[in-house]
Design a protein around this ligand. Structure first.
Ligand SMILES: Nc1nc2c(ncn2[C@@H]2O[C@H](COP(=O)(O)OP(=O)(O)OP(=O)(O)O)[C@@H](O)[C@H]2O)c(=O)[nH]1
Ligand SMILES: [Mg+2]
Length: 344
């Protein structure tokens, strides 16, 4: 049997300074690999008055990118959307998977009394937060909670060339309190370029006047000294804000331009190519959604809108439980909330 080693022979812990390369700088690549493997979920919702081209846009947005054309084709006669429906597609680009879900909603504004016509939309958005919160608070929660929270709401404005309607103002305001709202001018082919510019300016003024908070947000803190990166970021946001509302045209049909089939509309004045930047801002909208702001919208939904919902729910729950007097040895939120959290 080996004799025990005398204490003096054991090496005391030494403080070693590593001068060689250890490789922790690969952490960014490690994170990237993990994120790529996991993929992203991005959920967009379209909202607006009846007949504004919401369903058409849903079928135009990523049409060119879908290899599988399993997307339901619409019948030749246009049907009104009667309930909230979601369509998901998985798009893959350079090994990055994006699960894109577009939620189509029925147009509002057709009733004699349009009071509370926004309720089903708000309810749907909150239900997704609620489902997420329930899963988050389950004692044995899933490693990755499926994210059905709406990250962007495209709000369709009628191309009247005049002003927003009081109903649009109300609905936009209500939704902007619970999600990222991005206004768009629908059916922009019915306005001339000059009319578009003037209408955009008018909408912007109204949005500001009514205190509607549209995405992307600028939080101006007066005394903060900005770094160069912050300054560039702020300029980009400002540039995009100047472009909003995007003037868009949607189409589910192809038209032939120079022998090439493109998504477009044949009008009395000529052919409109949806993807042509000099015809409309559809491409700017799509780039904004997928290229420049996808991650930020996902993050903002979680850190601003979902966070506000979560806090409100948990505070309400805590109050109701303490009122019930069932608060014996401190709150056990994990088991309580899982069963009690419901859409506000
Ligand atoms: N001129 C023009 N017409 C469009 C455009 N987008 C859609 N339309 C037409 O507008 C009509 C209504 O389009 P939908 O996409 O069904 O409208 P919606 O907003 O889904 O309507 P609801 O489901 O009733 O709310 C159809 O005849 C479309 O072809 C566009 O950009 N320009
Ligand atoms: Mg529709």
């Amino acid at each position: 049997m080996a004799s025990p080693v005398p204490p003096s022979a054991v090496d005391a812990p030494k403080k070693v300074t590593l001068t060689g390369y250890v490789g922790f700088d690969t952490i960014t690549q490690q994170i990237e690999r993990k994120l790529l493997k996991r993929g992203f979920a991005f959920n967009v919702m379209v909202v607006g008055r009846s007949g504004m081209g919401k369903s058409t846009l849903v079928n135009t947005l990523f049409a060119a990118h879908l290899k599988d054309s399993n997307a339901p084709k619409r019948a030749d006669t246009f049907r009104q959307t009667v309930d909230i429906q979601s369509i998901s597609h998985v798009i893959e680009e350079n090994g990055v998977k994006l699960k894109l879900t577009i939620t189509d909603t029925p147009g509002y504004g057709d009733q004699v009394n349009n009071d509370n016509c926004w309720d089903p939309i708000i309810k749907y958005i909150k239900e997704q937060y609620s489902a997420y919160l329930r899963k988050e608070l389950t004692p044995a929660r899933e490693k990755r909670i499926p994210d059905t929270r709406i990250h962007a709401v495209l709000f369709f404005i009628a191309p009247t060339g005049h002003a927003l309607t009081p109903l649009d103002i109300t609905v936009m305001k209500k939704i902007s309190e619970v999600a990222n709202v991005i206004p768009v001018i629908a059916k922009a082919d019915s306005l001339t370029m000059e009319e578009r510019t003037a209408f955009k300016r008018r909408i912007k003024e109204e949005i500001e006047f009514h205190g509607i908070r549209c995405y992307p947000y600028i939080d101006i803190e007066e005394d903060v000294i900005l770094s160069d990166t912050d300054r560039v970021e702020r300029q980009t946001v400002q540039m995009i804000r100047d472009m909003i509302p995007f003037a868009i045209v949607g189409s589910e049909r192809n038209v032939v331009i120079d022998g090439k089939a493109v998504r477009g509309r044949r009008t009395r004045w000529g052919i409109i190519d949806v993807e042509n930047e000099s015809h409309c801002e559809f491409v700017h909208l799509r780039n904004f959604l997928t290229r420049s702001h996808l991650q930020d919208m996902i993050e903002t939904t979680a850190s601003v809108h979902y966070e506000a919902f979560r806090t409100k729910q948990l505070v309400a729950l805590k109050e109701s439980t303490s009122q019930m007097g069932s608060y014996r040895s401190g709150p056990d939120t994990s088991s309580m909330t899982a069963s009690q959290v419901s859409a506000a």
